[in-house]
Design a binder for this molecule. Structure first.
Ligand SMILES: NC(=O)C1=CN([C@@H]2O[C@H](COP(=O)(O)OP(=O)(O)OC[C@H]3O[C@@H](n4cnc5c(N)ncnc54)[C@H](O)[C@@H]3O)[C@@H](O)[C@H]2O)[C@@H](O)CC1
Ligand SMILES: [K+]
Length: 523
């Protein structure tokens, strides 16, 4: 599904109004009804309550207009609803003004909040509310919230109420997910047309909670325009990337992958990547590793063949003949987990980039070695696809900048570098960005902080290697690997919460994550 900036959404809305003649008031009404449906569902779950008290917070823009239309629907269906408004009746314009009149004509309660006095007066009501709907600011917010609103928002965040944000939580910047000082912390956000970048970037996901997208009757042709090049991965889309197995399939047709990994003290990284490749369905896995850890690898991963390289504790230039021999019959190669940073290995990387014609994935220490002279990426141009999976630290080394700079511009940097280097770039993090050399970017919504533990990156590499070996094209293989990795962690989090599960468990859970995706009915 596409993800848009505030400006792109305004353009889409304008086109829907202009081309199809859909009145803007109808879009606002549909937006309101989508939120009303969510409020009703939430209210019915509060079965212990005799009546559900709802407070709707409104600002002077169209987000406030949505709030006033929501209030009218709740009022006429007999719900206990009150509007707290940061704008006087005469300050509303257009559709919002009409909705303000309709609500007040229906006898709706409307309290104006214009100073400290009203803030004190409304405090008790806020804490007694069961549901609070945030329609103060939507995609039109510029910069920080006004200080009065900010104080109010802090109070809302301290209540026990279930908070539903309209379009985007007030205080979250729609294009960046940035929060200046404070923002509404919602359990659910109902957004309109398409999700906004701010739902997935920076602090946005933490404040938006569960994001529900409602098309509000905007025709599909406007929601699927080519100009929008950022997407969020969904079950329905990722499911189509899975390779199809036939009854005649065997290990020779299920993909052969080569994993170059491990060094003394980092055997685990290689084992985890290998285990994950097997859990992702690879037909045959060959691991190239230093002699010093080969016997441990043999014991640690019984299903793979282990090919050892003479020499020290890390792989150096002697690895090339072994790698090249193993690659003769393979379909994908991954290099990096626990590799160590022996600079003698750099010429091997050059050879790989120059000669291997099938997809190559570089991770971890392979990326750190590339960072010593990123111009070697030039060897790959026009030869075969390359997938790189840096975390922000590795990306900072590759770009010769600070981690903070990467974190502040994750999407932009990932896309710029994917295009510049001609690679599929997987920039890992709370919302992993998968950027394609053609300039498209895919945001991954799965995963949780439980993945912040040693070895999970190795698991991701193994999984992408397996999808590549099974013939999934590089961009799709990266998306599939990242999405299932997060989904596996989300399934583990249902039992363990956001901590305490291990990378090994994530690898083992991958098979169930894939299965759960296969079983999802098309929505
Ligand atoms: N895009 C669409 O297709 C639709 C959009 N709708 C709603 O319209 C919203 C956007 O409406 P608007 O463009 O009116 O924007 P908002 O409702 O977010 O608010 C804009 C108002 O706030 C003021 N403002 C902005 N930043 C401020 C700041 N830091 N301090 C004080 N005041 C500030 C602006 O001057 C403007 O008056 C969406 O979020 C959505 O809720 C819906 O009505 C349905 C259709
Ligand atoms: K809002």
């Amino acid at each position: 599904m596409r993800v848009v900036s505030a400006q792109q959404m305004r353009e889409i809305e304008k086109q829907a109004i202009g081309v199809y003649g859909i009145p803007s008031l109808l879009l606002m009404e549909n937006a309101a009804l989508a939120v009303v449906q969510e409020i009703r569902q939430t209210a019915t779950q509060m079965i212990f309550k005799e009546s559900c008290k709802t407070i709707i917070l409104v600002g002077k823009g169209n987000n406030g207009g949505d709030g006033l239309a929501i209030a009218r629907h709740l009022l006429i269906s007999g719900m206990d609803v009150t509007v707290f408004s940061f704008a006087k009746t005469e300050e509303f314009h257009g559709d919002a003004a009409l909705n303000c009149h309709l609500y007040q004509n229906a006898g709706g309660r409307f309290f104006l909040i214009e100073g400290e006095k009203q803030l004190r007066f409304t405090r008790l009501a806020l804490h007694q509310a069961d549901i609070i709907v945030d329609a103060i600011y939507g995609t039109g917010l510029r910069g920080a919230l006004p200080s009065l609103v900010e104080e109010f928002v802090e109070e809302v965040n301290q209540t026990q109420a279930y908070v539903i944000a309209v379009d985007i939580p007030s205080g979250v910047e729609a294009d960046t997910g940035k929060i200046y000082r404070s923002a509404i912390r919602a359990q659910t956000t109902v957004t309109f047309g398409l999700p906004k970048l701010g739902h997935f970037m920076a602090k946005g996901p933490e404040y938006a909670g569960r994001v529900i997208v409602d098309p509000i009757s905007i025709p599909d042709q406007f929601l699927t325009q080519e100009e929008v090049s950022t997407f969020v991965l969904t079950d329905d889309e990722v499911k189509t990337f899975l390779p199809v197995r036939t009854l005649q399939g065997h290990k020779g047709t299920h993909g052969k992958g080569v994993l170059v990994a491990g060094s003394t003290g980092m055997t685990g990284a290689a084992i985890l990547a290998g285990r994950s490749a097997l859990r992702s369905g690879i037909g045959l896995l060959q691991i190239v590793t230093p002699r010093s850890i080969a016997s441990q690898m043999d014991l640690g991963i019984t299903e793979a063949t282990i090919w050892s390289v003479e020499g020290e504790n890390t792989l150096g230039n002697q690895a090339w003949p072994v790698i090249s021999e193993k690659c003769r019959t393979a379909q994908a190669l991954a290099i990096g987990p626990g590799l160590g940073q022996n600079t003698d290995f750099i010429p091997v990387l050059e050879e790989v980039l120059r000669t291997i014609e099938f997809p190559v994935l570089l991770d971890a220490d392979a990326l750190n070695l590339v960072a010593q002279g990123p111009e070697i990426l030039g060897w790959r141009q026009g030869r075969g696809s390359l997938i790189m999976t840096p975390h922000p630290g590795e990306m900072a080394r590759l770009c010769d900048c600070s981690v903070q700079e990467i974190e502040n511009n994750r999407l932009e940097i990932a896309v710029t570098k994917a295009v510049e280097w001609g690679v599929v770039l997987v920039l890992k993090g709370a919302v992993t960005v998968i950027a394609s050399p053609d300039g498209r970017a895919f945001l991954n919504p799965t995963g949780n902080p439980g993945l912040g533990t040693g070895g999970t990156g190795d698991v991701l590499t193994g999984s992408i290697l397996a999808w590549l070996a099974q013939g999934v094209p590089p961009l799709e293989a990266a998306c599939l690997g990242v999405y299932l990795h997060g989904k596996a962690a989300d399934e583990l989090a249902r039992d363990f919460g956001w901590s305490g599960f291990t990378a090994t468990e994530v690898a083992d859970q991958l098979v169930k994550a894939r299965r759960s995706l296969e079983l999802i009915e098309k929505g």
